[in-house]
Design a protein around this ligand. Sequence first.
Ligand code: SF4
Length: 249
Amino acid sequence: MFKGTLIRSGNNAKTIKGDGEYETAIMYLAPFTMAGSNVCPMAEQAGCVKGCLNTAGRGAYNNVQQARIAKTKRYLASRTAFMADLVTDLERFVAYCKRKGVKPAVRLNGTSDIQWEVAHYASRGDARGSVFELFPEVQFYDYTKVYKRAYRQLPANYALTLSYSAANPAYAEVVTKAAHETGANLAIVYRTKELRDYFVGKLVQYGNACRDVIDGDETDMRFLDPKGVIVGLYAKGKAKGDRSGFVVG
Ligand code: SF4
């Protein structure tokens, strides 16, 4: 288990067939406007605030919520200091993975939707750039509702999966269009495990096109998913009761 100031991993390195073993460290911030300013620019439009996975797992505890808020306030108060802390964490995590003989994977938006590829510069030694440029040895990945990110030329070590919500038909339309036009994978949260299982392996219509559904809960390593699929997940935490349209079924 790795525990940094901003990112942490469980003790759950996963062996991926033919690709060795990865350990994922995740950064959990306080989503939407919980810490004062919005770190999820599309959350209102996508209608995902109530069903946010922020309350799943350790997020159910009040002290964990308070820690996430404090962390997010630090990000909002000084991006430069925050990025410096992140670089320190990433360096430590890379060294930890090296000692353990596993590959480092990092999700920066565990419970936020920040565009890390834009205007988030940091320094590592003499080098300056995005964390993706500074840490080519790390595989980064995230889910996003900021569909315009799928149209960008993203760094080779950053995999983004678009996140579906039918809470607002206008959002559902643009995100499925972005998935179709860019080939980006699209994650859909189903109400129950059984419903997800029902769709896995089937061709499902999204927008005006069809795609295969894969089981997205088997592993969280979205960067290893085949391209052009729907990533089927089942609802956890408060999301189970979501009726906004974010959770399907
Ligand atoms: S589901 Fe994602 S975008 Fe929506 S509020 Fe939660 S972290 Fe933000």
